[in-house]
Design a protein around this ligand. Structure first.
Ligand code: HEC
Ligand code: HEC
Length: 394
């Protein structure tokens, strides 16, 4: 079924850290809304359909997400400040900041008072204006086996056909899991903070190699993740995508949605060996190109190749009945700053292999990095792990 296995790798996700407590007190739909198990998908859906009160509560929930009211006022203020600074100026500031860090700072070291004063001033002047930018000069750190893939010699696991989902309780969970995966805005709405679906980033309902396929993830957990410095279960990994990619809330570990998602992944992974890093796992690595990503060039690529679907303002196009025909890439309904996609290298890898749809691998590495740098420079929800002033100066 599979050959040319790539060496296994530790999960190296950059979007993770500790799981934080769910804000259950303002989560409008209680956990018991789906008491009867996966068979009652429609009941469950019904129970989750927002009444006016629920809609109001979930607006409050989104507004207060993560932190105190004060923290949120700070966040809104910083969004206002930052959005008033044009992208070009932000880019120039980042360059300047990097330069200062790299060269001029060294000259100040002999004078500690000057050094301290100028550090404080620089922080105040530049940090808030550049806060939406990732480190656009960050080098590619991860290595993945791509050469064979690109030569077309690699064969990928093919997940079983859906006709083979058994007609039993396990099968019910698998089917529910797929619905949550492809229509998260309906079936996973208790935890989703935006209108994205898992399948917007894990393409072809989690089957597509090089688009974070679920069959490749299943057998690799529990896995140690550097960012939180501990071993994480598959459920915990999924919680992280809810929190950051969906800008929402971590489902409780015994939530029926989580169990259904894991069942669906288990089904897709039928026949995949445990603990083996499968070809096509995650997103491909875009290697260092030797030249810094340029958001200015990226903006031109975006206008030419992406804006027709994702919109000049990055807001995508909503679908009737929820979710998106073309998902948003930035703005308040996009992934937040703690998400994997907020790392330019991961985003570039996803774009390189998968975008525009049907034309994967058409951009050069440099073009993918440029357009990723442009996208990640735009406004998006803050990282929910950051509170108070940290949110402003991140
Ligand atoms: C023909 C329309 C189209 C074009 C052109 C297009 N995309 Fe997409 N993009 C999509 C669709 C549709 C999805 C969701 C895929 C799915 O649900 O199967 C998507 C998903 C994405 C995602 C992940 C979802 C998210 O919200 O973060 C990113 C990132 C992305 N596209 C970036 C790009 C970039 C960069 C370009 C230009 C190089 C581009 N796209 C061009 C239609 C398009
Ligand atoms: C905005 C895009 C986005 C959305 C939406 C999203 N994810 Fe992810 N997901 C990512 C990124 C980025 C990674 C890291 C990929 C890598 O390391 O190469 C990831 C990784 C994962 C992994 C680990 C994969 C592995 O091989 O270790 C799992 C499991 C996962 N996501 C599940 C989900 C589920 C379930 C949902 C829906 C509830 C979801 N994701 C929604 C972007 C997204």
């Amino acid at each position: 079924m599979v050959e040319n296995l790539a060496p296994s790798r530790l999960a190296t996700d950059s979007d993770i850290i500790e799981t934080q407590p769910v804000l259950s007190f303002i989560n409008p739909v209680s956990y018991v809304a789906c008491p009867k198990g996966p068979k009652q998908v429609d009941d469950c859906r019904h129970a989750s359909t927002p009444s006016a009160a629920n809609a109001a509560l979930s607006a409050i929930r989104r507004a207060l997400q993560g932190d105190s009211v004060y923290a949120n006022i700070m966040k809104l203020t910083s969004i206002a400040i930052i959005s008033s600074v044009p992208v070009n100026i932000r880019v120039a500031l980042i360059r300047f900041k990097t330069q200062i860090r790299g060269d001029s700072m060294r000259r100040f070291r002999e004078s500690p008072i000057l050094f301290a004063m100028s550090s404080v001033m620089l922080l105040c002047c530049f940090q808030s204006a550049t806060s939406l930018a990732q480190d656009i000069t960050a080098p590619a750190e991860r290595t993945r086996m791509l050469a064979d893939d690109l030569k077309g010699t690699t064969r990928y696991h093919v997940a079983p056909n859906e006709d083979t989902i058994p007609n039993d309780k396990y099968g019910d969970d698998v089917r529910l899991g797929k619905k949550i995966f492809t229509e998260t805005y309906t079936y996973g709405r208790r935890y989703a903070g935006n209108g994205l679906s898992c399948a917007n980033c894990h393409l072809y309902a989690g089957r597509q190699p090089h688009a974070g396929p679920m069959w490749a993830a299943y057998g690799m957990y529990p896995a140690y993740l550097e960012k939180n410095d501990r071993n994480n279960s598959l459920e915990e990994r999924i919680q992280q995508c809810f929190r950051f990619s969906l800008n929402g809330f971590a489902p409780a570990l015994d939530a029926p949605e989580l169990r259904a998602l894991v069942s669906y992944m288990h089904f897709l992974a039928k026949g995949v060996p445990i603990g083996v890093g499968m070809p096509g796992r995650g997103y491909p690595q875009v290697l260092k190109t030797g030249s810094d990503p340029s958001p200015t060039r990226g903006g031109d690529i975006y206008k030419a190749k992406c804006a027709s679907c994702h919109g000049a303002n990055g807001a995508g196009k909503e679908k009737d009945g929820g979710g998106y025909t073309w998902p948003p890439l930035w703005g308040m309904d996009a992934y937040n700053k703690g998400a994997g996609m907020a790392s330019n290298n991961l985003l570039a890898g996803f774009i390189k292999a998968n975008m525009p749809p049907g034309q994967g691998w058409s951009l050069t590495d440099q073009e993918a990095l440029d357009v990723a740098a442009y996208i990640n420079l735009q406004i998006r929800p803050f990282d929910p792990r950051k509170g108070l002033l940290k949110g402003l100066f991140d």
